[in-house]
Design a protein around this ligand. Structure first.
Ligand SMILES: Cc1ncc(C[n+]2csc(CCOP(=O)(O)OP(=O)(O)O)c2C)c(N)n1
Length: 621
C-alpha cells in the first residue's frame, strides 16, 4: 500500500478519504508552498503528522517546529519577505502568543504571500477556553476563509494561497476542531511544474517595513485600502455559496458558516420545508453585496454562528444602515454562545426559532435518545502507566505541607491537579506558572510557593517568567517536569533536544538547582524539601522520559517482550497505596480488597515498587 507521504506528493490528481488536517497538506504541495512553520496544539497537530509522513528529502518545502507560535509566525513572515510563499499553523490560544506579531501582518507588504492557519476550538475540547478568534482577525484586518469540511479545507487553502500571492498579504484559514478531524472523500488536483526555487529577494524598497510614528498610520491606510480588493476576490471566486431551499412560503433564510452550516444541512435534511441558506466562505471581510441581496429577498433571516454573535451584529447593522425591512434573529441566550454547533445543538436553536422546519425530527429525535445508545463508561483524563510525572507528584507531595501553594502549567503534568495528587491549584496558560507563583510569593513568609512547568513550555513561554523571578528576587521553587518531549500534543520535538535546561539555568546564574530522575522518589522528596528551604528562586529538574513515547518505540524493536508487575498476595496487606496515593491505572482492586494488575495496561516499568510499604510488588519476568 502506498504510504501517506508518497500519496501527498503525487504529481497526478487522485481521490482519497482524508482528514481536514491531511487535506491541507496536499493543498500546500499543490500551491507551491515553500516554508511551513508551527508550534503544536490541538486541533492542528495532525497537519504536522501528515507533513512528517513525507520523507524530508522528498518534501517540497521547508518545515520546522518553532519554539512558540510567535516565533513560528515571524519565521514564516521573514521567509515570505524574501519572496517565498509560506504558511504557519497553530491552535486557537496559540494566536494569543503570536498576537504581537500577528497584528502587524496586516500592515505589511508581503511579497511571497503567507497563510496563517488557526485551529479554533469551539467546545474547548483540548484548550483552556473556547475563544472566538474571529474577534482578533477583525482587529488585524486580515482576510479570513472558513471551510466547513475537509474538501473545503483543501479548496480554501488553494484560494487563500492565490489571494495571498496576488495581493502580497497574509490570509487566515480558520479551521475548527470538527473540520480538522472530520474525514471526507476529496478530489485532489495535479501538482503542476517543478518545486518553486527558493528566493532571497528581500528589499526594503518593497516596504515600508518600519511601522513607527506617522508611517504606522500610512501603513494602516494601505491595509484598509486592500479590503475592497479582498472583497472583490471573494465575489469573483464565489467563496460564499447560496444554497436554494424549497417550499418555504414565508421566505426565510439562514446566514451561516463552517460547521454550523454542515449541521444545519443535516438537521434540515428530509424536511418538507427548507429555507434558503447563504454560507459565508470568506468570513472577513464579509461580502456585503451578497448579504444585502440575501436580506432584501427574505422576510426573516437567522444568523447561525458558533461562539460569538459577530456576524449577527454586523448583519443587523448592515440592515439598519441600508433600511432593509427584514427581521434578523441570532443568539437567544448564554447557551447559544457556548460549545460546538453540532446537529443536536442546531436542532435546539431551530426548535426555538422556527419549530415547523424541524417537525420531522420528532421521530428521529427519539431515535437519538441517549438512553438507547450504547453506554460509554466515563474515562477521566489520567497519566499513563509508568508516567514519570506520577512518580514525581507522589514524591513531591511528601515534601509539601498542607498550607503550601502549588501553581500548575499546561501539559500532561497539569493532570497533577486531580486526586490523588491534588497539586496545582491555579492554571492560566502556557508558561504562566513562574509569574503567578512570584505574585503569590509577595508578602508571603509562611507558605511555600511551588510552580510546575513542562520542558516544552519552559522554552515556549516559561523563560521570561523565570528570568523575571530571578532578577526581581521572588521566593519560589520551580519544578521543571522534564520528559524530553512535547508529550500532551503528540510527542513533538522541542528546543531541549539541543539546549540542556540545566546548563541554561546555570548560565542565567541560578545557584540552587537540584536534579534527579523522578523514579528516584526519595531523592526527589529530599530535593524539593531542600529547594523550598532556599530563600529566593530554586529549581528542581524532575526528569524521566515520556514512557508512552519510550514504550511505543520499544514495541517496534525485534524481540520485544512485554513486561509487567505482579502482586505477591502473601505480602500484600491491602494498604492500597498503589491505587490510592500513587494512583497507577494498571492496578485493579477486587471486591474483597485484594489487588491485581491489568497486564494490558502495565508496562512493567516498576516505578510503583518503591511505593508499596510491604514490598508486595515485583517485576514479573
Ligand atoms: C499557547 C499554546 N500553545 C499550544 C498549546 C497546546 N499544548 C498543550 S500542552 C502542550 C505541551 C506541553 O508540553 P510540555 O510542557 O513539555 O509538557 P508535557 O505535556 O510533556 O508534560 C501544548 C503544546 C497550548 N495549550 N497553548
Amino acid at each position: 500500500m502506498e504510504k501517506l507521504g508518497d500519496m501527498l506528493i503525487r504529481k497526478k490528481p487522485f481521490k482519497e478519504m482524508v482528514m481536514g488536517n491531511t487535506a491541507v497538506v496536499r493543498a500546500m504541495v499543490e500551491a507551491g508552498t515553500q516554508v511551513v512553520t508551527s508550534y503544536p496544539g490541538s486541533p492542528t497537530p495532525e497537519i504536522a503528522t501528515a507533513i512528517n509522513s513525507i520523507p524530508k528529502e522528498k518534501r517540497p518545502f521547508y518545515f520546522e517546529f518553532s519554539v512558540n507560535e510567535k516565533v513560528a509566525t515571524e519565521v514564516a513572515f521573514g521567509a515570505a519577505l524574501n519572496g517565498n510563499f509560506s504558511t504557519v499553523f497553530f491552535k486557537s490560544v496559540g494566536l494569543n502568543v503570536a498576537l504581537d506579531t500577528f497584528v502587524q501582518l496586516g500592515l505589511m507588504n508581503i511579497p511571497g504571500g503567507m497563510v496563517v492557519i488557526v485551529g479554533d476550538d469551539p467546545g474547548a475540547n483540548s484548550s483552556q477556553n473556547e475563544q472566538d478568534n474571529r474577534n482578533i482577525f477583525r482587529m488585524s484586518r486580515l482576510a479570513v476563509l472558513e471551510p466547513a469540511s475537509p474538501r473545503e479545507v483543501y479548496q480554501y487553502y488553494l484560494m487563500a494561497a492565490k489571494l495571498a500571492k496576488q495581493e502580497h498579504i497574509a490570509v487566515v484559514l480558520r479551521l475548527t476542531t470538527h473540520v480538522c478531524h472530520a474525514r471526507e472523500m476529496v478530489s485532489f488536483g495535479e501538482v503542476t511544474g517543478e518545486i518553486p526555487p527558493h528566493r532571497m529577494e528581500f528589499s526594503p524598497e518593497n516596504g515600508p517595513y518600519i511601522p513607527i510614528a506617522a508611517l504606522a498610520l500610512e501603513m494602516k491606510r494601505a491595509s484598509l485600502a486592500k479590503i475592497p480588493r479582498i472583497m472583490a476576490f471573494s465575489e469573483e471566486q464565489a467563496l460564499d455559496t447560496h444554497i436554494i431551499g424549497h417550499n418555504d412560503t414565508q421566505r426565510r433564510g439562514v446566514i451561516t458558516q463552517g460547521l454550523a452550516c454542515r449541521s444545519l444541512q443535516d438537521v434540515l435534511q428530509g424536511g418538507d420545508v427548507c429555507p434558503d441558506i447563504l454560507k459565508l466562505g470568506m468570513v472577513y471581510p464579509m461580502d456585503t453585496k451578497g448579504v444585502v441581496d440575501f436580506l432584501k429577498t427574505h422576510s426573516q433571516v437567522l444568523v447561525l454562528e458558533e461562539l460569538d454573535d459577530i456576524h449577527e451584529k454586523e448583519i443587523k447593522a448592515l440592515a439598519f444602515d441600508q433600511e432593509i425591512p427584514v427581521k434578523i434573529m441570532g443568539k437567544n441566550d448564554d447557551e447559544d454562545f457556548i460549545g460546538e454547533y453540532t446537529p443536536d445543538k442546531v436542532l435546539k436553536v431551530l426548535q426555538g426559532v422556527w419549530p415547523d422546519l424541524v417537525e420531522h425530527h420528532t421521530s428521529s429525535a427519539e431515535e437519538w435518545d441517549p438512553d438507547m445508545m450504547a453506554e460509554v463508561p466515563p474515562r477521566p483524563a489520567q497519566m499513563c502507566p509508568g508516567c514519570g510525572h506520577r512518580s514525581a507528584f507522589h514524591a513531591i507531595k511528601k515534601a509539601l505541607k498542607d498550607q503550601d501553594i502549588t501553581v500548575a502549567d499546561i501539559g500532561c503534568h497539569t493532570l497533577g491537579f486531580l486526586p490523588p495528587y491534588e497539586m496545582g491549584q491555579v492554571l492560566l496558560c502556557m508558561g504562566a506558572s513562574p509569574g503567578i507563583a512570584s505574585g503569590l510569593s509577595l508578602f508571603n513568609s509562611r507558605r511555600n510557593v511551588v510552580a510546575f512547568i513542562g520542558d516544552s513550555t519552559f522554552f515556549h513561554a516559561g523563560l521570561p517568567g523565570i528570568i523575571n523571578t530571578l532578577f526581581n528576587h521572588h521566593n519560589i521553587t520551580l519544578i521543571v517536569m522534564e520528559n524530553g518531549t512535547t508529550a500532551m500534543t503528540g510527542h513533538q520535538d522541542h528546543a531541549g533536544r539541543e539546549i540542556p535546561i540545566e546548563s541554561l539555568l546555570k548560565g542565567l546564574g541560578i545557584k540552587h538547582i537540584f536534579s534527579c530522575d523522578t523514579y528516584q522518589q526519595s531523592t526527589l522528596t529530599e530535593h524539593v524539601t531542600a529547594a523550598m528551604a532556599v530563600d529566593g528562586l530554586s529549581v528542581v529538574i524532575a526528569k524521566h522520559p515520556c514512557m508512552l513515547k519510550f514504550t511505543r518505540a520499544q514495541r517496534k524493536e525485534s524481540g520485544f517482550v512485554p513486561r509487567h508487575v505482579k502482586i505477591e498476595d502473601e505480602s500484600c496487606n491491602q494498604s492500597h497505596v498503589c491505587v490510592e496515593s500513587f494512583g497507577c491505572p494498571s492496578f485493579v482492586r477486587h471486591a474483597d480488597g485484594s489487588m491485581g494488575v491489568n497486564k494490558d495496561l502495565c508496562i512493567g516499568d516498576g516505578s510503583c515498587i518503591q511505593v508499596c510499604p510491604e514490598k508486595a510488588i515485583e517485576i514479573y519476568q
